[in-house]
Each structure stands twice: as C-alpha cells, then as structure tokens.
Design a protein around this ligand. Sequence first.
Ligand SMILES: [Zn+2]
Length: 135
Amino acid sequence: MTGVTGLCHPETVRVAASHQAQARQIAAELAAIAASGMVLPGSITCRRTHCGHPGCACHADPPRLHGPYWQWTRKVAAKTVGRWLSADQNHDYQTWISNDRRLRELLTRLETLGTAAFEQRKPRAATTDTRPDST
Ligand SMILES: [Zn+2]
C-alpha cells in the first residue's frame, strides 16, 4: 500500500500499489492524447442521399445515390449539430474522433478503479455516520 495525500483533504487516502500503477498508465495515455491537442467530440458518418429531381439516377432502380458525403455531428446544449466535411477533412479528423473516444474510455477506467477501491475499503473504526436523517 502506498499513500496519496488528498488534494482537498489533509488526511491520507491509501490505495493499492496495483491501483496506482494502473492509474499512472492511464494518466500517461491521457496526457499523450491531451498533448496532441487532436481531440474532437461527436462522430463522423458517411451519408448517401436522394435529390429532388425525379429523373435523376438516384431515383432509378437500382438507385445510384449521391455522395458519399461526410457529416460530423455532436451534441451542443443537448441538441445535435452537424457540419459537412470534405473527404480530406473526414480522413484527417477520424483520428481526432478516435482520440476523444479513447479519452472517455480512459476516464471510465479511472472511475472504475476508484469505485472498486471505494468498495474494497474497510470502514474505519468509529467512523462518523454519514447516513442522512440518522436520528
Ligand atoms: Zn439525384
């Protein structure tokens, strides 16, 4: 067991060495992605569409749809916002989207580690009762 001084509290929170080793590994990858600055939220999808001209090949049988068109979508204030991308932009920004996903996976792993540590920790003797309304 090694000690980590809490950032908000003067007491020491103890975590297992294996926990710290995993956290350091996650931190290193997080830092590498962050330092690249290549992070973009949302997703990029390929779209093929019909147009409004009845005689166009996109309405033939079989249809020859327009596109491919690449669209980057993301949530802004709980609404989906989309931007059309060129083929080059699609190529370039796929990595940025992947980096964003990886950041979120790494944060989830950190949270899972923290949750496991919390669950494994034995309560101290004579702990203060933190249950609400425990009269
Ligand atoms: Zn068409």
